[in-house]
Each structure stands twice: as structure tokens, then as C-alpha cells.
Design a protein around this ligand. Sequence first.
Ligand code: HEM
Length: 458
Amino acid sequence: MTSVPPYPPPGCPAHTAHPAHESLHGPEFATDPAAVYRRLREVGPIAPVELAPGVRASLVVGYDAALHVLRSTETFSKDARRWKDLADGTVPPDSPVVPMMMYRPNALWADGAGHRRLRGAITDSVARVAPATLRSYVEASADTLIDRIAPAGRADLLDEYAQVLPLLVFNRLFGCPADSGERLVQGMSGIFDGVDAEKANELLATTLLDLVTLKRRRPGPDVTSWLMAHPAELTDEEMVHTLVLLMGAGTEPQQNLIANGLRLLLSDDRFAGSLSGGSLPVEDALDEVLWTDPPIANYAVHYPIHDVVYEGVLLRAGHPLVVSLAAANTDPSLTSDQRAGNRAHLAWSAGPHNCPAQGPARLIAAVAVEKLLDRLPDVELAVPVEELAWRPGPFHRALAALPVTFPPTAVTSSTPSTVGDESPVQRTEPTPRPSAVPEAGRGRRGWGARLLAWWRGE
Ligand code: HEM
């Protein structure tokens, strides 16, 4: 990589012509992202894209290029205050991608020593969650949700299972009181749906500030209190934004790993054969999903600190570089030997900002999937796998619905009470409603709106 100037040479056609920006928003990208990644690879390892109307970025599609950007901290910064198009008004503050890309004082957007301080508090606090405790939270939440759908014989496993379970677990882990539940869901859902994102952002911040104030007064055995007690001494503002990060990271991608894993297990003969043979290769299915349909498809936004050239591509200071974890994973230059049975995929990203919760995230997904297959062993997709729709959006690989059928069963869960009588989760749960494959029209609502409706028992 070389610095600029004197690159590019004056008059160079590769740099004077503006290559078209492939769109990463809208239904076409959601339907066939692989086709978009293929076209982008023809441009080069880093190619221009549009994330939302008028929001331009460069997408890193090569595996080596991705590792280079993720690891070269002296050249690429995570600090979103460097985003020139947002600062100069080219990108409006109410653009739907702004809440996912804007600077917040938390680990995700920090560099160097500041990053190590904020991340250290997270890693140490998450490490205090005992795997057995986490497993019991997941099993109890899973049982509660399966009890609700089991008698109906049909369900949308996205709406009624994968989406809700991480929130129930999150509420337990972070010690959220009952009345925060709905407001947190409302805030998160607004941000992910990009509908009135600014308002949703504000709601999320005020609700989390209430939680922080409460835990400063009455700490408990939960991640929020452990973060506060950490020697890094996070301010209230840092606490709120760290909780936004943990909640965002811990719910949306988690739901997608569960749903994408179930989709694969229920549609691919390799896994179906083993299911009837009695051994559930859930870990294999999760590994495959992390390679082929990583829950966070394009993210890890970085900003060049100064103009640089990478393999002939000029990368301007302050222009967002989005790393395509999905395209890098499927880079044709990776041999199948490199892929089979190993975990060198980039689904958790790489470099100093890689996911610090890989172990817990895998455990939550594996237990959620195993529990469902154990309780509903004859579950089947209600539609051919090709008919399953994906939710539009540049950052995630997320199903719009996962309709299934199974022989109705009585409620027989063995562990629902382990959610705990004192659990805020249980107190905020709405009255059970009959489960159903989503009717026409329901699929057009954003996932957040649907989640909120579920939360309210509508
Ligand atoms: C299947 C679920 C998950 C996936 C696929 C996933 C993936 C990722 C990825 C790709 C990043 C890098 C993002 C970036 O650099 O912009 C990341 C960062 C992060 N993840 Fe996860 N994650 C998952 C679950 C979780 C959970 C459950 C938590 C916490 C409870 C968590 C906490 C974080 C945090 C704090 C960061 C930022 C780390 C930093 O900037 O140093 N993640 N995750």
C-alpha cells in the first residue's frame, strides 16, 4: 500500500471514471447478495457501493483485503467522527443507516488505548457469566417460547422464537426491570427497521440511562452492574452506549444465527439424514452458516486516516470502508481445504474489534437450536426453502420469516420455572396468542414492529 499523492497518475482512466455504485439496499440485494458480491469482485477487492439512498461507501469483498483493513489500525480508524459525508451534510442525519454507523462513545467506535479500556470492561464482565447459568437462561427462555407454539402445530420460528429468545436472555443477563422491557424493544426495533430512527435512538438512550441509574443505586449479579464496578470506571454516558452496543450486538445477529441455522438444518439433506439418525450436528450447521450466511454480512466500518491506495484503489480519508464478512468468506481465492472444518471465517470479524462474545453467542445459538429440535423433532419447513424471503438491509443476512409445521404437542417443558419467579422476563411477557404462519401483509412490517406487537401480545 502506498500513500497519496502522487497517486493516481493524472488522466488515469481507472480513476477519472466513476464506477457505478452497486446498491446494498432494496429487495434485489436481499434476494441474491452473492450475485452482487460477484459483480463487485470483478471491480476489485474493494469496490464502490450505496448503503442507502445517497449514502456511498466502499465495500471490501476480498478475504485478504478484509484482513488487511481489519488489522491495519495505523491506517484505518473505527472512529465514525471521521465520516466526511455525514459531517458535511451529504448524508442526512435521518438516513436509515446513520444509527448503525454513527459515532457513540463505546468500544465499537474507539481506537487504541481508549478502545482497550472500553473493551476490557466488556470482556471481563461477559467472562463473569458462567456458561451453565447462560445455558439455563437459554433453556428456560426456549421452553417458555416452545410451550407457547407447541399446541398449534405451526409457527413462524422467526417471529415467535429466534427474535424473542435473545431478548429474553439479554433481559436476564443485564438485570433489566420489567418496565424497561417494552421500551428497550421499541428503541432497538426502531433502529433496525430504520423507521423514525432518530426517535428510536432517543428512546433507547433514555431507557438505558434509567437502567444505569437504577443499577448505580442497587447493583445486582448482572452484566450491567459488573460493567459499572469494573476498574475502567465507565461514566454514565459510556455505560449507556456500551449497553446500546451489547444489546444491538447481542440480539439482532444472535437471532439471525439461530434462524439461519434452523433454515439450514431443516432444508439440507445432509443435516436431515443425521437428524433422523439421532445425532444433531448443530455445531456443524452453525459453522456452515457462519461461513455462508454470516448474521452480520457487511459491517466493521473503518475510515482511512489519510488517503491511501490499496491494490490500485484510492481510498479517501474519511470515506467509509464497510467490510463484507459474507463476501470475504466466499472469496473464490480461498480453497475448499481452507474452509472445510475450520473456523477461519470472518463472521466474528478479525483484528482488535473482533466479537468479544463468540463463546456465549455460539452457546446461545446452539442451545436454542438444539432445544427446539429436541422438543419438536418432526418440525418441517412450511414452504419450499427457495420461497423463504430475506429482509432487505445492507448490514445483515436476515430471514423475513421462517414458517414451519410440526405435529401439535401438549406443553411438556421440564424447565420453564428456571426462568425464575422474580424474573423481569416473565413479568413482561404478554398473554399467549395463537401462533400462526404469518398471514399475507404481516411480512411487510419491519421486524421491529412485529417484535413490538409480539411483546405487547397483539
Ligand atoms: C451470533 C451472534 C453474534 C455475531 C455474529 C457477532 C458478530 C460480531 C462482529 C462481526 C463484530 C465486529 C463488528 C465491527 O467491528 O463493526 C462484533 C463485535 C462485537 N460484538 Fe458480537 N456478535 C454476536 C453476538 C454478540 C453478543 C451476544 C455480544 C454481547 C453480549 C456481542 C458483543 C460484541 C461487542 C461488544 C462487539 C464490539 C467489539 C469491539 O469493538 O471491540 N456480540 N460482533
